[in-house]
Design a protein. Structure first.
Length: 417
């Protein structure tokens, strides 16, 4: 039961089908939206939508797959043993990071170096020329941070370190399978090595996802607006969606006769993460919104004004219903977090809900009042889901499903919550 398994034919069909549908949507976007037509801010909304949708989906799916490595990192630092029985699931999901990282970098750098001022207004050089009528005093004060060179260097470094440290930690885990059972001293050294690399990952995760990356990749779309809570808000949104993705794969693999030591106890703890971080996300949402609403400062309220009025208002409140009310009401009971079917349904709903959350982070500042969820958006999302399924499938079918020589495996087997 601890060996890798052959992917079901239906899984492969769904993977190919989603990637195929996504590529058709991408081709349609190239033909219908004329993405390489140079568009100023507010011009050629179809061209703007093409790049905004690619930006939203690439960043969202990259962050939720990278959340799996964050989960591994924090449980490693906490000396947690309960998750060892399911550890290969977040490892498999985190193996997608280099693939999505490259795709995301190509999209981001195409936007920045392609002069897409309709996405990132701050890349227009005229904004920093005091002699120009377009001179922007606010953005001029941010040019040390908001400039194409810094954006490029920090984005590349960030994706590289996510991949490099994540790969190191996955390789340590797989080495434990190859090297056989560990004695006390060997196990202690192995655990210490994992703690060292987990520490490095968590520190850099805090410097990237916990601060700078959401500022650069998403918040700078609305370059005059800023919120000190925005990065934590983005982290909470991506982490709860990432935990939901882990839950889906746990249920899938358990239904296929894998993950022999995973029980209702483990699913219950994953459900608690989904419940807790849904509430945490809501706390950050409310804190950010309430302070801006109460202060009523014009340069702050503009961000929410466009989202509360016009075509975005429905999405704005749907966001709260899916991402707060649904998890709160359904996961309140202990039995709900142990119901495999209910956890699966909620996991899919939460991922969709936070995909919507990222959509409303990106679209108002790019397509303005031309908001509408179109088939193109869902087609591009299908492409990224297919890529995730493909890469996770490769990992799961190439490595043992249980970290059988992990020193904490017994603790995970007897885990009771």
């Amino acid at each position: 039961m601890s060996k890798s398994f052959e992917l079901p034919e239906n899984y492969n069909k769904w993977t190919k089908g989603l990637i195929g549908a996504g590529l058709i949507a991408l081709l349609y976007g190239f033909i219908a939206f004329h993405p390489f037509e140079h568009a100023g801010h507010g011009e050629n909304v179809n061209s703007t939508r093409f790049w905004a949708v690619l930006l939203q989906n690439s960043v969202f799916f990259l962050l939720i797959t990278n959340a799996s490595m964050f989960f591994i990192g924090v449980t490693t630092l906490a000396m947690g043993g309960w998750q060892v029985a399911l550890k290969r699931v977040p490892e498999a999901i985190s193996s997608v990071v280099p693939v999505l990282g490259i795709i995301t970098l190509v999209i981001l750098l195409s936007i920045v170096w392609g002069g897409r001022t309709d996405i990132f207004h701050w890349i227009d050089p005229e904004l920093y020329n005091p002699a120009s009528p377009k001179f922007d005093k606010i953005l001029n004060g941010k040019k040390g941070f908001l400039n194409p060179v810094f954006f490029t260097v920090w984005s590349i470094l960030t994706v590289f370190l996510w991949w490099f440290i994540g790969q190191k930690m996955r390789s340590f885990s797989l080495q434990s399978d190859a090297n056989g059972p560990m004695d006390y001293e060997t196990g202690k050294k192995w655990i210490n090595k994992n703690i060292l690399w987990a520490s490095l990952f968590i520190v850099f995760f805090g410097l990237s996802v916990g601060s700078t990356i959401p500022w650069l990749w998403i918040m700078s779309i609305d370059a005059h607006w800023y919120s000190t809570m925005f990065s934590w808000y983005t982290f909470a949104s991506s982490f709860v969606a990432g935990m939901s993705l882990i839950a889906i794969y746990i249920v899938f693999l358990k239904n296929k006769g894998q993950l022999e030591y995973v029980t209702d106890e483990h699913l219950h703890d994953i459900g608690k993460f989904m419940f807790a971080f849904s509430v945490f996300w809501t706390y950050l949402w409310f804190s950010q919104y309430m302070l801006i609403w109460y202060a009523n400062i014009p340069e702050e309220t503009g961000y929410f004004k466009i989202r509360l009025t016009g075509p975005f208002s429905g999405i704005f409140f749907l966001n709260l219903v899916i991402n707060f009310l649904s998890p709160l009401l359904i996961f309140m009971k202990k039995s709900a977090k142990r119901n495999w079917t209910l956890v699966t349904i909620m996991a899919v709903l939460i991922i969709f809900g936070h995909w919507i959350d990222f959509w409303q982070m990106v679209m108002p500042g790019t397509v303005a009042n031309h908001a509408a969820l179109m088939p193109f958006e869902f087609g591009i999302a299908a492409l990224f889901v297919g890529i995730i399924m493909w890469r996770v499938g490769v990992f799961l079918s190439s490595h043992p499903m249980t970290a059988k020589n992990h020193p904490f495996l017994k603790e995970s087997i007897i885990h009771h919550t």
